[in-house]
Design a protein around this ligand. Structure first.
Ligand SMILES: NC(=O)c1ccc[n+]([C@@H]2O[C@H](COP(=O)([O-])OP(=O)(O)OC[C@H]3O[C@@H](n4cnc5c(N)ncnc54)[C@H](OP(=O)(O)O)[C@@H]3O)[C@@H](O)[C@H]2O)c1
Length: 271
């Protein structure tokens, strides 16, 4: 099994990444992570252990998750890739809404550049299509930011297959991030579409955690991650954790290579 993926054709990343969202106050990933220094240590430990793909978003916090990453990791070690997102606003733990207007996306991108302490964002994802803004207008804004050199690659999140196809007609799409895991596989056609085109697929909720749940519900987190990595070569897993022990366990999962038989058994038992 190939343990790395060439993101956007030029950024080699380990397929076991890290999702930073939970390094915020709870519930609802709203506010600063209470133990700021422990959060910084966790991020640095992830990089030390070989993680070089970290996912965040403006909406996590909002802003303070990006701030934590910038503070912990900048100047970034060579090869560390940070992916962030714009297009979702959060004003309270349970008040989350899309805003895909071009002016909002531009403003959020500028803020992300500043908080992450980078001159160009490696991967900038539209967090969620906004039903009040033509999807093509939001994607075209990310295409313009790419032309201007503010972002290197464009990604999408929470999108349907027709939306991925539409976006591919506007700008090269480097990644798709949708909810997908061993027990929730409705997005199989999108995984396959992306795999066929060399587009990275970043399953969110890889351990099937629910947004407001404190714990991963899947009994074998290692099995769940190994299953994802076996499922398709373009999958980059981004499990989230606030625990150094869980971080190590999750990274160890990238060394578990399932046989085709084991994969089939896990798939059948979980469906
Ligand atoms: N695009 C989107 O709309 C969207 C939405 C949600 C998430 N995401 C992205 O996806 C990433 C992952 O999603 P997620 O954090 O919701 O779900 P997840 O990775 O499926 O699960 C995280 C939960 O599992 C627990 N956990 C992690 N490793 C564990 C282990 N080895 N053993 C036992 N429990 C473990 C964590 O608790 P502990 O802290 O105790 O380890 C945490 O509560 C996020 O960080 C974010 O980057 C994107």
């Amino acid at each position: 099994m190939n343990t790395t993926f060439l993101l956007g054709g030029d950024l080699p990343v380990n397929r076991l990444g890290y999702g930073a969202m939970r390094l915020c106050a709870q519930p609802g990933n709203f506010g600063r992570f209470p133990d700021w220094e422990a959060g910084k240590r966790l991020l640095r430990r992830a990089v030390e252990l070989g993680v070089n793909f970290i996912d965040t978003a403006h909406a996590y916090g909002p802003s303070c998750n990006e701030e934590l990453i910038g503070e912990a990791l900048a100047p970034y070690a060579s090869g560390v890739v940070i992916a962030t997102k714009g297009g979702v606003e959060k004003t309270a733990p349970d008040k989350v809404f899309p805003d895909g207007r071009p002016e909002t996306l531009r403003r959020r991108c500028e803020e992300s550049l500043r908080l992450l302490r980078v001159e160009r964002i490696d991967l900038y994802q539209l967090h969620r299509p906004d039903p009040n803004v033509p999807f093509a207008d939001s994607v075209a804004t990310l295409a313009a930011l790419r032309r201007e050199g503010k972002i290197r690659h464009v990604g999408l999140s929470n999108v349907t297959l027709p939306q991925v196809e539409e976006a591919c007609g506007i700008v090269p799409i480097t990644s798709v991030q949708n909810r997908y895991n061993l027990t929730e596989r409705a997005d199989d056609p999108v995984v396959d579409f992306c795999a066929a085109r060399g587009i990275a697929y970043l399953p969110w909720g890889p351990l099937a955690a629910k947004p407001f749940a404190p714990e991963a519900p899947l009994a074998s987190t290692r099995g769940a991650l190994a299953w994802l990595l076996h499922r398709a070569p373009n999958i980059i897993a981004i499990p989230g954790t606030t625990s150094p022990a869980h971080l190590e366990e999750n990274i160890a999962a990238s060394r578990v290579s399932l046989s085709d038989e084991e994969f089939a058994t896990l798939s059948a038992n979980a469906s």
